[in-house]
Write a protein that binds this ligand. Sequence first.
Ligand SMILES: C[S@@+](CC[C@H](N)C(=O)[O-])C[C@H]1O[C@@H](n2cnc3c(N)ncnc32)[C@H](O)[C@@H]1O
Length: 252
Amino acid sequence: MSTETIDDVPLSKDGLEHYFRAYEEFIGPMREDSLSLLELGVADGASLKHWETWLPNALITGLDVTPSTAHFSSGRVATYQGEQQDRALLDRIGAERAPEGFDVIIDDASHVGQLTKVSFWHLFKHHLKPGGLYFIEDWGTGYWPQYPDGKRFRARSTDFTWYEKLLTRAHAGGPSRRVPGLHRALGWLRWHSVRRRHPSHDHGMVGFVKTLIDECGIADATHETFGTGAPRASRFKWMRVSIGHVIICKAE
Ligand SMILES: C[S@@+](CC[C@H](N)C(=O)[O-])C[C@H]1O[C@@H](n2cnc3c(N)ncnc32)[C@H](O)[C@@H]1O
């Protein structure tokens, strides 16, 4: 049995310990298990080598658009060449490497929202075990105007608008209190003024990640009294969004 902790393993991602802490937290407790792990985007194989060492009994699979020249001594690692959004290829990888489904899937590939979304939903629905974990790295590319689908971030005010402030003052003021009809009308307007939308940055990966919040809320969205559509539970058991990392656990 390996006694190595994540601190003993050389990290391939200088300055990105944050990611490894998350892997330690969620995968660490099952490190010795016979996990099946798929990583999208493997570059020169540094992360695959890390998984090979850190997960001594795991079957590890990588996918990248560029062919891998890395050598893996354990016989537990295989790589495929192709695009993360190629559903037929994902099916072939699933059938060949994890017919029962993967325990862990990590996406460190294109960091482009649409491509990430296609591979996420295909793999999540068809090739991730119930209770399995799906990690999406580097979702902040959607804030970068230089990225193919990113855009410069524009912060939005959290303050009330001028008319909301005016309504609040008018509603609380003496004249309003002396005329019950006016007071009620101003109260109604005030109440309706808070029925506002909260638009936020939704470009590229940032937009995609925010759509995943809709899946977290789907039981309320399809609530039989208040919602629309056929009621259903979320496909997610839970989701954690942190700096640069999204982690989703598939419902059992
Ligand atoms: C950040 S690097 C991966 C680094 C690797 N996970 C590590 O930590 O050592 C991203 C990789 O994704 C690959 N990539 C980019 N777009 C892709 C796509 N659509 N499908 C599959 N791989 C892609 C690139 O070729 C590149 O090697």
